[in-house]
Each structure stands twice: as C-alpha cells, then as structure tokens.
Design a binder for this molecule. Structure first.
Ligand code: APR
Length: 309
C-alpha cells in the first residue's frame, strides 16, 4: 500500500515547517511547492537530508511543477504574502486571493479527490476563494485557524494558572482575527471551566491577548509572522484526517445553517476524519455569545464581499 501523500504549497516559513512536522511523524510523503525556483527544491533536499538523523523515511521532494503533486490525499495551501508589522490581514486580501486562486486551480486539477487545508490569510476569505477555485464540496475545504487560536488561548490560560498546557483546553469560535469568539465557559483545566478558576477581568485580558495573538508575534519578529504554532496546528489536522482519528477541532468550514449562518466560512468545532469535515458540532450559545458570533460572521462576510468576482 502506498504511503499517504501531502502537498504543501508555499515553501516559506509556515509551509516548510509544516512539511518538516508531517514528514517527521512518518505520516505521509511530502511534496513542497513554491513559485520561486530552487526554494522548494533546496528546502526539500535539506529536509530529506535530515531524515536519516531524525530517523524517519518519509520522502520529501520540492518542485515548481504541479504534476509532481498528483494524487495527493491532502493539499495544504500556505502560499501568499505574510503579514508585515502594521499591515492588517485585510490589506492582504486581493493579493492573496489571486495567489490562492491560481495555486488551488492547479493543485485541484492534479488531485481531484484531495482534502484542502487553507492557511493563507485572511483565512476565512481565502477558504471561499479555495472552494470556488477547486469546485470541491464543503467537506473537503477546511481552514486552519481555530486550532491555532485555541492553542494560543490554552497557552495563556496555562501560564496564568501555572498548570500544564496539556490539561488546558479552550473553545474558540468565529472568524480568524480580531472578532474571534473565545468561549470561556467551555474552556477548561482538567474539566473545570476557567470561569471557576479565574476572575472575569483576567479571563477578558487573556481573551484579548488571544485575539491579538498573531499581531503580538508579528510585532516581536518585525519581519514575517508566526509559523511554529501555525505549522503544528496544520500537522494536528493532517494527522486527524489521515488516521481518521475524528478529533474534534475548531476549524473554518462553510456553514449550512449551523450557528444560524449559511454560505459563509466561519470557525466552529468539527469532527475531522478521513472524509475531511465529517460533521459540525453545534452547541447552544447564550444570547451574548450568539451576538459575538454573528458579529464575527459579519466581518467575514465583509471581506468576502470585497473579493474579486
Ligand atoms: N505559488 C506558489 N508559491 C507562492 C506563490 C504562488 N503563486 N506566491 C507566493 N508563494 C510563496 C512565496 O514564494 C513564499 O515562499 O509562498 C511562500 C510564503 O512564505 P512566507 O513569505 O515565508 O510566509 P509564511 O510565514 O509561510 O506565511 C504564509 O500563512 O499564516 C499565513 O498569514 C500567513 O498568509 C500567510 C501564509
């Protein structure tokens, strides 16, 4: 039986780190694609030469040619421009939309049965572009945002309480960005809601830090944006799909009436399995939470409306 194959488009920071994580788990062979000649080949070769030392035998190749991506089980889209300091995600919209459209069209032609994981920002809008460019059903177009956002929230909660991040779980809904909706009452430490462990003020401070999590890293790095945590988040999604683990992870998916929203990619908890998004898990929100969710969905809609036709 052939090993699974994952294509990662964009051999920049997020793409190359994602390729490394996937290969090192031995889960799949990886094809790294970029528009810049030599970049994916160089990083692919370097990663392949690490394999004997790390002790895995996944094959990693780099290419500028989509023919080499044929028959991929998963295609991860990270190509695009990264956010610079002072640049909002929205500034990136039209440039990244044309990049995502072109790479997804080519990748989908060579891997018509693949599951697409979209990473390029602004995330929720890029999911719409990817879905249209691929013609894939909603089960096979999934945006990576919630795993990263909730990982950031988990990090801050665990740090505040002086407990392990492993025992700390967080629930984040909504679009990826300033309007994301961290749900404190479903965020827990060893099953205990954080509302029992932290004051309202502290929770709000951690939520605000989570909403600005990407910008905080950008401001520190000065050139480029976060990539270790985004790559780890993608690898977790890939693992759940390829092993049909059915992890319940927050992802951006096209809603079809769930949470009162239709025809829009917004972050919600989903079951990730071999068919991609197996189902959306819907919970009842309080009136306040639903208002925040609606506001978040409205800001995604605003971006989608600005997309080129
Ligand atoms: N086809 C293939 N690759 C492309 C194309 C294209 N049309 N256009 C750009 N790229 C490549 C670039 O050459 C670069 O190598 O995409 C890569 C992007 O890498 P980085 O600039 O290092 O950006 P990175 O930090 O990896 O972020 C990528 O993920 O988290 C998001 O906001 C982030 O949208 C950004 C994306």
């Amino acid at each position: 039986m052939a090993r699974h194959k994952v294509t990662v488009i964009g051999a920049g920071n997020v793409g190359a780190t994602t390729a490394q994580r996937i290969a090192e788990t031995g889960l799949a062979d990886v094809v790294l694609v970029d528009i810049v000649e030599g970049l994916p080949q160089g990083k692919g070769l370097d990663l392949a030469e690490a394999a004997p030392v790390v002790g895995h035998d996944a094959r990693i190749t780099g290419t500028n040619d989509y023919a080499a991506t044929a028959g991929s089980n998963i295609v991860v889209v990270t190509s695009g421009l990264a956010r610079q300091p002072g640049m909002s995600r929205d500034d990136l919209l039209s440039k990244n939309a044309s990049i995502v459209k072109s790479v997804v069209e080519q990748a989908a032609r060579h891997s018509p049965h693949a599951i697409l994981i979209v990473v390029t920002n602004p995330l929720d809008a890029m999911c719409h572009v990817a879905m249209k460019a691929s013609g894939f059903p909603r089960e096979r177009v999934i945006g990576m945002a919630g795993v990263l956002d909730s990982a950031r929230f988990r990090t801050f909660i665990a740090e505040e309480l002086g407990v392990s991040v492993v025992d700390t779980h967080a629930f984040v809904l909504g679009g990826h960005g300033d309007t994301m909706v961290p749900l404190a009452r479903y965020s827990t430490v060893a099953g205990i809601p954080i509302t029992e462990l932290l004051s309202r003020e502290r929770i709000e401070a951690l939520e605000t830090r989570t909403r600005n999590g990407g910008a905080e890293v950008v401001a520190l790095l000065k050139t480029g944006s976060a990539f270790y945590a985004p790559a780890a988040a993608v690898a977790e999604m890939v693992d759940s799909i390829l092993l049909d683990r059915r992890r319940v992870l927050p992802c951006a998916v096209l809603l079809d009436g769930e949470y009162g929203t239709k025809g829009l990619f917004v972050g919600v908890p989903v079951v990730l399995g071999e068919r991609g998004m197996e189902r959306v898990i819907e919970i009842k929100l309080t009136a306040d939470e639903q208002r925040s969710f609606n506001a978040s969905a409205a800001s995604v809609q605003e971006l989608v409306d600005k997309l080129p036709a």
